[in-house]
Design a protein around this ligand. Structure first.
Ligand SMILES: CC/C=C\C/C=C\C/C=C\C/C=C\C/C=C\C/C=C\CCC(=O)SCCNC(=O)CCNC(=O)[C@H](O)C(C)(C)COP(=O)(O)OP(=O)(O)OC[C@H]1O[C@@H](n2cnc3c(N)ncnc32)[C@H](O)[C@@H]1OP(=O)(O)O
Ligand code: NKO
Length: 377
């Protein structure tokens, strides 16, 4: 193990990264809160400011992936579609099999200049996660309770609000609705069987309602669906803790651009279209397993320096302040202040560990396994 790798694997290095992320994140959340009155005066300006503030947070995680762990991301796509990426609104459909799939998504957003404005249909529980969840509130992220009776109205309304969004965005949709586990896969394939649908080997059966409502409400605002299939080389199952440890992974993403006009308007036809899409996605994963690559040419976008620059800025500022604080602490010699500082460090460490827990599949929800309709079936 080299010296740099040894440094990356040290608890202290990781604690510093977490401290910078948490403290800068809370500062940004506070600044976002301050933009609230501006929404009344100029909504579009408030949105543009929040895009940049949001970037300060999400790009730190991208920097950890790209610069700290050195993870490489390869894009397989049609060169004719490439110039459109980042220059139009799009709905991204991505497989939900890995703990850091969202982070790989963010990396591509960063490389195409839409990181600050990127959107997702996220479960409501994530809106309570400090820093990220609170940031999402100001970025008009669409939350769902995964209860269609309630979601059909709220999700449609939130999507309508995005129609006049001032900057290009990608709207991410995990149609599988939850992360893939063997148990969830088994149940999902029982549902497929009961509906007379072909079984999928690498995906859960897609939930079609969210996709339909998204396409219908963003028709005319989004130009295309980016069908995206992600996998990692060497059968790796990457984790956020691995990234913080400085472990390097290699992600491969296969993207097909499908103009939105090609997607049927009728709900049942749209659902059938999505099921067919997932059968195709399954065949791409099979191809990957067999050959170690996706079909089509590689057109990889380079990483940009902005995420690193933002990260270095926050590191310098917050480590300087921490240094000042520690110097005062040591010179004061007060036992109480020293104990309070230790308690602060432990809180940062535990707080971020809890946040990282949100990304862990083992701690995931039991959505699917406790689906009411399924139990009735
Ligand atoms: C060039 C580069 C391109 C791309 C780069 C890639 C990406 C970058 C893009 C953007 C990045 C942006 C942000 C990323 C950052 C962070 C994201 C992090 C995480 C957030 C993700 C989540 O939180 S995922 C969870 C929430 N999302 C969803 O659930 C979406 C999918 N779900 C739906 O659409 C649902 O339909 C619903 C939520 C709208 C409603 O759910 P509900 O459960 O109430 O309804 P159902 O859909 O289940 O309806 C009932 C029907 O389902 C059938 N059923 C029952 N059991 C199952 C089962 N196990 N599997 C499948 N189907 C089932 C049931 O029979 C009913 O059938 P009907 O025939 O009656 O419809
Ligand atoms: C700079 C690095 C600092 C690292 C610490 C940051 C930790 C913050 C992480 C919070 C990110 C929250 C995003 C979680 C995304 C996710 O994957 O959600 C799961 C859902 O889709 C589905 O949930 P489930 O039904 O449970 O599978």
């Amino acid at each position: 193990m080299g010296l740099v790798q040894l440094l990356k694997s040290q608890f202290l290095s990781q604690l510093i990264i977490c401290y910078v992320f948490l403290v800068s994140g809370l500062i940004v959340n506070l600044l976002q809160l301050c933009t609230l009155p501006l929404w009344l005066v100029s909504k579009q300006l408030a949105r543009r400011i929040n895009i940049r503030l949001g970037y300060c947070i999400s790009s730190q995680m991208v920097a950890a992936l790209e610069w700290w762990s050195g993870t490489e991301c390869t894009l397989y796509t049609d060169p004719k579609s490439y110039p459109l990426y980042g220059n139009e609104n799009a709905i991204v459909v991505l497989n939900h099999s890995f703990e850091i799939d969202f982070l790989c998504g963010w990396t591509f957003c960063e490389r195409f200049g839409v990181l600050g404005s990127s959107k997702v249909l996220a479960k409501k529980e994530l809106s309570y996660v400090p820093v990220i969840g609170w940031m999402w509130y100001f970025l008009e992220i669409v939350f769902c309770k995964r209860k269609w009776e309630e979601d059909r109205r709220t999700v449609a309304q939130s999507l309508q609000n995005l129609r006049d969004y001032p900057e290009n965005y990608w709207f991410l949709l995990y149609c599988e609705g939850t992360r893939l586990t063997p148990k969830k896969h088994q149940i999902s394939m029982q549902v497929a069987e009961s509906k007379g649908l072909p079984k999928l080997k690498y995906h859960l059966l897609p939930r079609t309602k969210g996709f339909w409502v998204t396409v219908q409400n963003l028709r005319g605002a989004a130009a295309a669906v980016y069908d995206s299939t992600l996998n990692f080389r060497n059968n790796e199952m990457p984790t956020l803790l691995g990234i913080l440890n400085g472990k390097k992974y290699h992600a491969d993403l296969y993207v097909r651009r499908i103009p939105l006009e090609l997607i049927p308007e009728d709900e049942a036809e749209c659902a059938a279209w999505l099921h067919k899409l997932y059968q195709e996605k399954d065949s791409f994963q099979e191809h990957y397993t067999q050959t170690g690559r996706f079909p089509g040419p590689i057109v990889s976008p380079p990483r940009r320096p902005w995420a690193l620059i933002n990260w270095l800025f926050w590191c310098c500022l917050l480590l300087y302040l921490l240094g000042l604080l520690l110097t005062q602490l040591i010179s004061s010699g007060s036992m109480l202040t020293i104990l309070a500082s230790l308690a602060f460090c432990s809180t940062v460490s535990l707080g971020v560990r809890w946040m990282i827990g949100q990304t862990e599949i083992d701690r995931g929800s039991n959505h699917e396994t406790c689906n009411k309709k399924l139990r009735q079936d």
